[in-house]
Design a protein around this ligand. Structure first.
Ligand SMILES: [Zn+2]
Length: 165
């Protein structure tokens, strides 16, 4: 059954770029005793997206808000926003696909929830990825939805709004 999703939440793992997905899951299960993973999807430094939980299930990303959230995290961000270009693109792709399912959902970061006292995901997720919504909204009024996620206008080194490829 499709859940009522109000927020698409971006996280970082606050680890090194090469932290393994297995080690992160061991931390959740072994140390934190979580039954569900912290995120639905996690993005490696090379841009590979690993699905940890189906969208219909509830992840453990933001206490008190998980019933209405989908969570995606990029591996890294221990001290700052050090997303690789591949991670920026993969994040855009994940959020774009979710927006097609849940066009009214808000893109935000973990830190944007009230009472959260951490920097996660180390950047302003709404400001960075809200441009994706305009395509989905336009499609709702009859415009053709691009098959691939449109390039991020604010990507470093992006020439004329492209990903620099
Ligand atoms: Zn987080």
């Amino acid at each position: 059954m499709k859940r009522n999703i109000t927020h698409l939440v971006v996280h970082c793992t606050a680890t090194a770029h090469n932290a393994s997905v297995a080690a992160i899951q061991r931390y959740w299960q072994g140390t934190l005793k979580w039954k569900a993973p912290g995120y639905h999807k996690i993005i490696k430094a090379d841009g590979e997206v690993v699905t940890l939980l189906p969208d219909r299930k509830i992840a453990n990303g933001v206490a008190g808000h998980n019933k209405t959230c989908l969570h995606v995290s990029w591996i890294g961000g221990l001290h700052n926003d050090n997303r690789t270009m591949a991670q920026r693109k993969a994040l855009a792709a994940v959020l774009y696909n979710w927006l097609k399912e849940y066009p009214d959902a808000t893109i935000c970061g973990h830190r944007d929830f009230p009472g959260v006292n951490k920097a996660c995901p180390q950047f302003d997720a709404g400001a960075n990825y809200n441009y994706l919504k305009s395509y989905v909204v336009a499609a709702g009024s009859g415009a053709k939805l691009p098959a691939e996620p449109p390039a991020e206008p604010s990507a470093p080194g992006a020439a004329g709004g492209a990903f620099g490829v």
